[in-house]
Design a protein around this ligand. Structure first.
Ligand SMILES: *[C@@H]1O[C@H](CO)[C@@H](O)[C@H](O)[C@H]1NC(C)=O
Ligand SMILES: *[C@@H]1O[C@H](CO)[C@@H](O)[C@H](O)[C@H]1NC(C)=O
Ligand SMILES: *[C@@H]1O[C@H](CO)[C@@H](O)[C@H](O)[C@H]1NC(C)=O
Ligand SMILES: *[C@@H]1O[C@H](CO)[C@@H](O)[C@H](O)[C@H]1NC(C)=O
Ligand SMILES: *[C@@H]1O[C@H](CO)[C@@H](O)[C@H](O)[C@H]1NC(C)=O
Ligand SMILES: *[C@@H]1O[C@H](CO)[C@@H](O)[C@H](O)[C@H]1NC(C)=O
Ligand SMILES: *[C@@H]1O[C@H](CO)[C@@H](O)[C@H](O)[C@H]1NC(C)=O
Ligand SMILES: *[C@@H]1O[C@H](CO)[C@@H](O)[C@H](O)[C@H]1NC(C)=O
Ligand SMILES: *[C@@H]1O[C@H](CO)[C@@H](O)[C@H](O)[C@H]1NC(C)=O
Length: 331
């Protein structure tokens, strides 16, 4: 009776609100990757120019030996000027060397139309918004060791068998067909606090790929220590707003969202990227508001100090079937 009454009350008070109680909000996978919007153009660097065709991961003989490498290099946009020493904005990738065949491959996951384009919505003349935020995996022949060694990292993390690689390759195709969009930001309550949203970028791909390799049998060299870049935002508990249809129905809200994104519309040059990140900083610092887009839905972030911060912290190499790093450890 008491229990039923409580349950009834719960229904009355809980059902009418949108109650988000799982943090970080799980990244949504989609049944398939949609056609790419032709409005979204990459500009200088096309996506995966020398890559293999979709869903054609290499396959190896079960007993081949394959060396796995962790690769890091400064993000293209940040190579210019003397920014390199100040910020660790690194791009992460994975290298595979088949010792038996001599073939090697580079596997990376990144934005289809470059970082800045992909971080903010594009607002059009008629005030509609377009998101050019797809991210995807790219595998191509060879490892450009010089590129990764200079100012970056090139380190062996495991030896695996062809059989382990083939299982992993199937996963890469599944992951690529269901995880379709890139997310630049990680959102936290405070530094070392509760995570509201996890980023979904090149580094998170490498982390989940390494975890997958461990799950299907790879043994990582636990002495290798690797740090990963995060671009963090800090806010009080995010407020769910809804998908585009829902926010469009509220004119005042929709105007606020488009006004916010209009501030980040210069996609011309790489040098501008930093300027605009600084503008973003002022925007959220002054007005303490950020309209955040995740799983193709909008959230309001009541921003708070320190607002935005770059971190470059260590994440240990995985052990088989361990929980993904952020579930039990926050950084
Ligand atoms: C994306 O960025 C590049 C380089 O900054 C630019 O040339 C291109 O026009 C941008 N794409 C869109 C859709 O704004
Ligand atoms: C991932 O998807 C993109 C976009 O469709 C495609 O270009 C790429 O080849 C795919 N990668 C793999 C490894 O299948
Ligand atoms: C706004 O313009 C874009 C591109 O010109 C078009 O695709 C879209 O349908 C327009 N939206 C509205 C609501 O008129
Ligand atoms: C490495 O950094 C130096 C100094 O910033 C720069 O001159 C050089 O071009 C960089 N090399 C690569 C491959 O990015
Ligand atoms: C990880 O878990 C899966 C499913 O429970 C199991 O099939 C697999 O053998 C495990 N991997 C290792 C390396 O223990
Ligand atoms: C593991 O990594 C450490 C540190 O990089 C290295 O010194 C050692 O040789 C590696 N061990 C193996 C078996 O590769
Ligand atoms: C947007 O959200 C509303 C309310 O949750 C839902 O009914 C609608 O199907 C959603 N639209 C899309 C395109 O997902
Ligand atoms: C839009 O922004 C204005 C000014 O900050 C604010 O007064 C208003 O409440 C906002 N509207 C919505 C629906 O959030
Ligand atoms: C790597 O991360 C560790 C701890 O997470 C930190 O102490 C160290 O300074 C970082 N290394 C660099 C080069 O930032």
């Amino acid at each position: 009776m008491g229990a039923r009454l409580k349950y009834g009350l719960l229904l009355v008070f809980v059902v009418p609100c949108f109650c988000q109680n799982e943090w970080p909000v799980p990244y949504r996978r989609f049944p398939s990757r949609p056609q790419f919007n032709s409005y979204c153009q990459a500009g200088v660097v096309p996506f995966c120019p020398t890559g293999k065709a979709s869903n054609t991961m290499p396959q190896f003989h079960d007993f081949d030996t394959i060396e796995v490498y962790a690769l890091k290099a400064p993000v293209f946009e940040f190579k210019f000027g003397d920014l390199l020493g100040k910020f660790h904005i690194m791009h992460d990738a994975i290298g595979f060397k088949n010792v038996d065949t001599g073939f090697s491959y580079t596997l990376e996951w990144y934005e289809l139309v470059e970082l800045f384009n992909c971080t903010f919505a594009h607002t059009l003349q008629n005030d509609s918004m377009i998101w050019c935020n797809q991210g995807a995996a790219c595998i191509y022949d060879g490892i450009d060791t010089k590129h990764w060694i200079e100012n970056g990292t090139f380190v062996k993390v495991a030896d695996i068998t062809g059989d382990v690689f083939n299982k992993f390759a199937d996963w890469v195709e599944w992951d690529n067909n269901t995880a379709i969009y890139y997310e630049t930001w990680t959102v936290w309550d405070k530094p070392d606090g509760k995570m509201w949203f996890d980023s979904f970028d090149c580094a998170s791909f490498v982390l989940r790929a390494f975890q997958k390799l461990a799950d299907v049998g790879a043994k990582f060299n636990q002495s290798v220590r690797l740090n990963y870049t995060r671009i963090n935002l800090y806010s009080d508990q995010p407020v769910y707003l809804g998908n585009e249809t829902v926010v469009k129905a509220d004119q005042s809200l929709y105007k606020n969202i488009t006004d916010f994104y209009k501030k980040f519309q210069s996609h011309q040059s790489y040098q501008d990227l930093l300027t605009h990140l600084v503008e973003a900083y002022i925007e959220v610092f002054d007005q303490q508001q950020f309209y955040f887009f995740y799983n193709f839905e909008y959230w309001f972030l009541p921003m708070k100090s320190p607002f935005i911060k770059l971190t470059y912290l260590e994440v240990p190499l995985p052990k088989p079937n361990s929980t993904l790093y952020y579930r039990n450890k926050h950084f």
